[in-house]
Design a protein around this ligand. Structure first.
Ligand SMILES: *[C@@H]1O[C@H](CO)[C@@H](O)[C@H](O)[C@H]1NC(C)=O
Ligand SMILES: *[C@@H]1O[C@H](CO)[C@@H](O)[C@H](O)[C@H]1NC(C)=O
Ligand SMILES: *[C@@H]1O[C@H](CO)[C@@H](O)[C@H](O)[C@H]1NC(C)=O
Ligand SMILES: *[C@@H]1O[C@H](CO)[C@@H](O)[C@H](O)[C@H]1NC(C)=O
Ligand SMILES: *[C@@H]1O[C@H](CO)[C@@H](O)[C@H](O)[C@H]1NC(C)=O
Ligand SMILES: *[C@@H]1O[C@H](CO)[C@@H](O)[C@H](O)[C@H]1NC(C)=O
Ligand SMILES: *[C@@H]1O[C@H](CO)[C@@H](O)[C@H](O)[C@H]1NC(C)=O
Ligand SMILES: *[C@@H]1O[C@H](CO)[C@@H](O)[C@H](O)[C@H]1NC(C)=O
Ligand SMILES: *[C@@H]1O[C@H](CO)[C@@H](O)[C@H](O)[C@H]1NC(C)=O
Ligand SMILES: *[C@@H]1O[C@H](CO)[C@@H](O)[C@H](O)[C@H]1NC(C)=O
Ligand SMILES: *[C@@H]1O[C@H](CO)[C@@H](O)[C@H](O)[C@H]1NC(C)=O
Length: 527
């Protein structure tokens, strides 16, 4: 850090010297205060560090658990993209299985259901679905017989299955040939049952019992594809009501200094984002910049969801949880394109403090090599437009946070992002409140120190929350206050700053707005 600050000063001084006339040089020579010759923008941006920021999560990148009501009016909302389906043949009393996990026939001879017996739904509309098997292929009818096989790679008309549900979780499935799927025997699942009527009884081989594993990972893809043609109005209404100018005013009033804005790659494709994403979100980002400027908040613009998904979670905009970012150069390039779009549009805005290249890359799925390739290209792209804006690079989740420290530190005005939650991980539910506090004061404090090194990048605790998992009953208000204060004390040492997850949230303790309004957390202007 020190090294880089020095470089910046020297660089600016050199520039100033070449620009200003000699009489001003003389003035500088008798002026001992080096600050005078610092670039004004560099000064104002360093003055804003470390930031006290909040994420506006669940706004432009939907997360179902933050805003569950958004899914309320979807027809068949238990059958969204990525929903895991298990089918039990009531006649055979056996589960349907994609033999071998894929590239093979379907059978109905399993007494229990695990991975190969789980199908992921790809929703065409509220009644029509593609069925994706364990190894990623889709179910279709074999060309030679009426057997179902799982060997299609790009689903289309011949992979469309129509689900006709009964009231008691039973279903009949009409195959693309117009006939019903049946478990003719334990080792033959075929699409050749012509009988239109059924009593939904155990004797009907075309009747299956559905086990729909309601998944937590419901996000932007699920809500937009779930509403289909109605998605535009639902999403636009959400964008215009969930976060408004008044929220930015309140953030400033609560002594926050910055806002981290997660955006999805589809926003960079406005006005024609690929289906099912809907257009109009770019205007909302523009609004956010206007409000940030008006209320003197700095902006961290975060490419939160990349095409291909870096973690498989709802927050990545995934369709079915598959992590395939970085598997080919194609989506790395697409992400660089998204950064180019954001940088070209927003680097001239005075409130822009930083661009974050990517959020939550999961190890080992996302390789260090793909990350480095992308970070280099993303950094160069931002620098095409600005030498001032900070470039934030995420450490990999579930890996040693120091593995990329030196690499990230090799760039100018670079920042490493680390996320520190005491929840969403079973190990915390076994800890008492006191042990959770100890974890912050000891382990977390050490974690933060270990990424804070001379000549390294600045450090952003880009996500943390006042919610924590613990043993025993509900924690008291006083315990929440002590926990949050411990976090503020430790994370306050982060050299770039911190950002709470999130401003608004269905669950109160996850909402900084609620926490401050209700006296759980208070911030003052200086600390
Ligand atoms: C769902 O429908 C109800 C009743 O029409 C309406 O009040 C509500 O706003 C709708 N919710 C969404 C997310 O569209
Ligand atoms: C769903 O899609 C299928 C295939 O494109 C179409 O035949 C059917 O009419 C659609 N159903 C609804 C309810 O939109
Ligand atoms: C899928 O299986 C069918 C027959 O079972 C075969 O005709 C077809 O070539 C296979 N397709 C692929 C992509 O393997
Ligand atoms: C199998 O059938 C599909 C669609 O019905 C067709 O596109 C494909 O060419 C056929 N493949 C073979 C090997 O016959
Ligand atoms: C299920 O049926 C297939 C096809 O006949 C067979 O290869 C497989 O061994 C059977 N599995 C079990 C568990 O019975
Ligand atoms: C769209 O909304 C209308 C009116 O609320 C409703 O009748 C229709 O079923 C909805 N369509 C979808 C695909 O959700
Ligand atoms: C969204 O797309 C539609 C259809 O392409 C277009 O008419 C409309 O102007 C676009 N709206 C915005 C806000 O980009
Ligand atoms: C998203 O990335 C995938 C590859 O992972 C690619 O096939 C697809 O075309 C991309 N989508 C768009 C809209 O560019
Ligand atoms: C990705 O971008 C690099 C550099 O511009 C280029 O060499 C490469 O061909 C691109 N790859 C793809 C798959 O577009
Ligand atoms: C950092 O800035 C210095 C001084 O402007 C420059 O010489 C160097 O090439 C930059 N390094 C990177 C990685 O951009
Ligand atoms: C903001 O900080 C100032 C000065 O430290 C303090 O007086 C004020 O109460 C704080 N506002 C809130 C809402 O905490």
């Amino acid at each position: 850090m020190e090294k880089k600050k020095m470089n910046g000063v020297l660089h600016c001084r050199w520039l100033s010297l070449t620009i200003v006339s000699y009489c001003f040089v003389a003035l500088f020579l008798i002026q001992p205060d080096n600050e005078r010759i610092k670039d004004a923008r560099a000064l104002s941006s360093s003055a804003s560090l470390p930031v006290k920021a909040v994420n506006v999560g669940g706004w432009l990148v939907v997360e179902g658990w933050m805003t569950p009501w958004l899914f309320d009016n979807i027809t068949n909302k238990d059958m969204l993209d990525g929903t895991q389906l298990k089918l039990r043949s009531v006649k055979q009393n056996m589960y349907v299985c994609a033999e071998g996990g894929g590239d093979n026939i379907l059978v109905a001879n399993r007494t229990g259901a695990a991975w190969w017996e789980t199908f992921k739904l790809w929703r065409v509309n509220e009644t029509t679905f593609y069925l994706r098997v364990a190894f990623g292929q889709f179910v279709r009818i074999s060309n030679k017989s009426s057997e179902l096989v799982a060997n299609a790679t790009n689903p289309g008309k011949s992979e469309e299955f129509v689900f006709i549900r009964s009231s008691n979780n039973r279903v009949r499935i009409r195959a693309p040939n117009g006939l019903f799927v049946q478990a003719r025997s334990a080792d033959a699942v075929t699409a050749d049952y012509g009988e239109e009527g059924t009593n939904w009884g155990d004797d009907d081989p075309s009747v299956f019992e559905m086990d729909l594993n309601w998944r937590v990972e419901i996000g932007e893809y699920q809500v937009t594809n779930g509403y289909g043609p109605n998605a535009t109005s639902v999403l636009r209404n959400h964008w215009n009501t969930f976060i408004t100018e008044d929220d930015f005013r309140t953030m400033a009033e609560y002594n926050l200094t910055a806002v981290r804005i997660p955006v999805g790659w589809w926003t960079t494709r406005d006005p024609e984002p690929p289906k099912p994403f809907v257009n109009g979100s770019l205007q909302i980002v523009d609004n956010a910049f206007n409000w940030a400027e008006k209320y003197n908040l700095r902006v961290i613009l975060d490419l939160h969801a990349t095409n291909g998904s870096t973690n498989g979670w709802d927050l990545s905009g995934t369709r079915d949880g598959t992590i395939d970012w970085g598997k080919t150069d194609e989506n790395i390039n697409q992400s660089v394109g998204a950064i180019d779009f954001l940088a070209s549009r927003y680097t001239q805005r005075s409130c822009l403090l930083a661009i974050e290249l990517l959020n939550e890359a999961l190890a080992p799925d996302i390789s260090i090599d793909s990350l480095k390739k992308y970070y280099q290209a993303g950094y160069d792209t931002v620098r095409k437009y600005s030498s001032e804006v900070y470039v934030i690079m995420s450490s990999r989740l579930r890996a040693d946070q120091r593995e990329l420290l030196q690499y990230i530190g090799s760039f100018n005005k670079s920042v490493i992002d680390v996320h520190y939650y005491n929840s969403l991980d079973g190990r915390f539910s076994g800890l008492s409140v006191q042990q959770n506090l100890g974890f912050i004061n000891n382990e977390r404090s050490r974690d933060l120190s270990s990424v804070t090194v001379a000549n390294g990048p600045l450090v952003l605790v880009g996500e943390w929350s006042g919610e924590f998992w613990h043993s025993g009953g509900e924690a008291s208000k006083e315990e929440y206050q002590r926990f949050a204060q411990a976090e503020l004390n430790v994370f306050g040492r982060a050299t770039f700053g911190w950002a709470y997850w999130s401003w608004k949230h269905e669950i109160n303790h996850w909402s900084l707005k609620w926490m401050i309004a209700n006296g759980y957390i208070s911030l003052n202007k200086t600390s």
